[in-house]
Write a protein that binds this ligand. Sequence first.
Ligand code: T5A
Length: 222
Amino acid sequence: MTSSAPGRFITFEGGEGAGKSTQVRLLAERLGTRGIRTLTTREPGGSPRAEEIREVILSGHAARLGPLAEALLFAAARADHLASTIRPALARGDWVICDRFADSTRAYQGVAGGLEEGVINALERLVVGVTRPDLTVVLDLPAEIGLRRANQRRGEAAIDRFESEPLAFHKALREAFRSIAAREPGRCVLVDATGTPEDVGQAVWACVWSRLLDDGAGRGHG
Ligand code: T5A
């Protein structure tokens, strides 16, 4: 792919321990072998100032302020991340793969956290604007399995703000992500995340290929 070709914006979404970071890495490696320059990033975070906001949120300090203030902090982090990292990369023609984005606010603060949909919509219009993902991969698996994986990965480290929510919260999250995927089939694809990392990676690649790379003659692009 040449640097003048348009960058593509791919996001990964899903509950705790769904395998997003693993799949971001596998997809970036795969795109790299096709010569596609790829930037991997994450939310909350992805720019120096947004990483500072990440600390405030995930430490649990902001939880006392309530769901609206938490959503505003995610939005502030996202605004800086978009301005400093995502939009410049897309403008250079790079592909951007982001571990969580606006759908996480919709699921965590909106559906599971109880913040009104109108507020979430307004924040999304204001902060994301036209920088909508070209493709969102929603990794789907039962909350119990995701939490078990997240626990194993964390080891002795402290549990974070959202992992410590009750199981019902995580079950609601799964349903929220499933319903986002069902509502926006043009942008989202739901991928079964219960298989091995390689199996899931293969399913993700099939989606990326068919949605963003296939030129219709089986040659692909890049
Ligand atoms: N949040 C975020 C909001 O509330 N609102 C928002 O707007 C945004 C953007 C971020 C937190 O912030 C919240 C959501 C989150 O609670 P985080 O630390 O970035 O916190 O946490 P997560 O995004 O949830 O990331 P995790 O690391 O918990 O999960 P991942 O990235 O989904 O999973 P991954 O790849 O790290 O894998 C977890 C473990 O499972 C293994 C891995 O090796 C690892 O040990 N694994 C598998 N095992 C078996 N089979 C597979 N297929 C596996 N894939 C990975």
